[in-house]
Design a protein around this ligand. Structure first.
Ligand SMILES: Nc1ncnc2c1ncn2[C@@H]1O[C@H](COP(=O)(O)OP(=O)(O)OP(=O)(O)O)[C@@H](O)[C@H]1O
Ligand SMILES: [Mg+2]
Length: 284
């Protein structure tokens, strides 16, 4: 059953077309992960699918009454407002103490219930956001860089938690992640976005493709090479490929796969330090 889909979606900000020709759907129980460089439109796409960001053209469809848990990349509320984690979980809909405690416990932050949001560490806040998304038994979890700020054990535990939640509730997951190795292991489908859907496929398909070895086979530099998607690699026959003339790189050049990857750099600083203001939590 399709939970949410977009057809021929485009989003413009002023004169700038940030997303174009996007066709994407998420079915029940699927884990779909969007990867792509900074500014490639990942958050905008999630927001458009949630109905927070109006589309310039195209269609967005959601199953009637779809229950969504959303972890935004940035939090809209002013963190300096006095508000405990517990109270935050009751926005916008009141939840019982038992339900709140269970969600916080599950996310490893049971002890911070009565702490002010502003006093939480980045990782603790991220866990509280996820706890809030789990409340109300969502059919779809929409997670925008949900592991930002988590330490390494926390990150591993988080992906396990996602898998557990899906197994228990059948919730689908649509997430943006920069944790490429985990993404490949934990997703049913991976979508590479760069203003448009550059390529997509199951991790298996991607992994079996020669291009996967070029992209991921050389340790960290290989994985990070996916971010150089503007783009000096070619997509192989195993990858569904959605663009042609609009593409700014040559997909036919066979020796382009690993070219120059070692020289390219992607630093964590590129998507760190974005603060906590902006997009608000959303419960549909
Ligand atoms: N409200 C807005 N008004 C104008 N431009 C915007 C707005 N929101 C996003 N953009 C622009 O749209 C582009 C895509 O932004 P978006 O936040 O979707 O990227 P992203 O892929 O999520 O990046 P990141 O990895 O840094 O989170 C960027 O160039 C951004 O500056
Ligand atoms: Mg983003």
């Amino acid at each position: 059953m399709t939970l949410v889909s977009v057809q021929s979606l485009a989003v413009r900000f002023g004169g700038a077309e940030v997303l174009r020709d996007i066709d994407l759907s998420v079915s029940a129980s699927e884990i779909v992960t969007i990867v792509g460089p900074n500014g490639s439109g990942k958050s905008t796409l999630l927001r458009a699918m949630l109905g927070i960001q109006p589309a310039s053209s195209g269609r967005v469809m959601r199953k009637a009454g779809l229950r969504i848990g959303y972890v935004p990349q940035r939090l809209a509320i002013d963190r300096s407002l006095p508000m405990t984690a517990r109270r935050f979980l009751s926005l916008p809909r009141r939840v019982s103490d038992a339900e709140a405690a269970a969600a916080l416990d599950r996310c490893g932050v049971g002890a911070v219930a009565e702490r002010q949001l502003v006093d939480l560490s980045g990782g603790q806040l991220q866990r509280v956001l996820f706890a809030r998304a789990l409340i109300g038994r969502p059919e779809l979890l929409v997670l925008d860089e949900p592991t930002q700020g988590l330490d390494q054990p926390g990150e591993a535990a988080f992906y396990q938690l996602i898998a557990d939640v899906r197994a228990e509730t059948g919730a689908a997951v649509l997430m943006v992640s920069h944790d490429l190795h985990v993404v490949m292991a934990a997703s049913d489908r991976v979508i590479c976005l760069n203003g448009h859907v550059c390529c997509e496929g199951t991790p298996q398909v991607v992994r079996d493709a020669p291009e996967y070895r070029a992209l991921f086979g050389y340790g960290t530099q290989g994985a990070l090479a996916l971010y150089r998607h503007d783009h000096d690699h070619n997509h192989g026959p195993g990858l569904a490929h959605h663009h042609d003339a609009a593409c700014d790189h040559d997909h036919s050049a066979p020796d382009h796969a690993a070219k120059d990857h070692a020289a390219k750099e992607y630093t964590a600083a590129g998507h760190a330090g974005e603060g906590h203001s902006g997009t608000g939590p959303h419960h549909a």
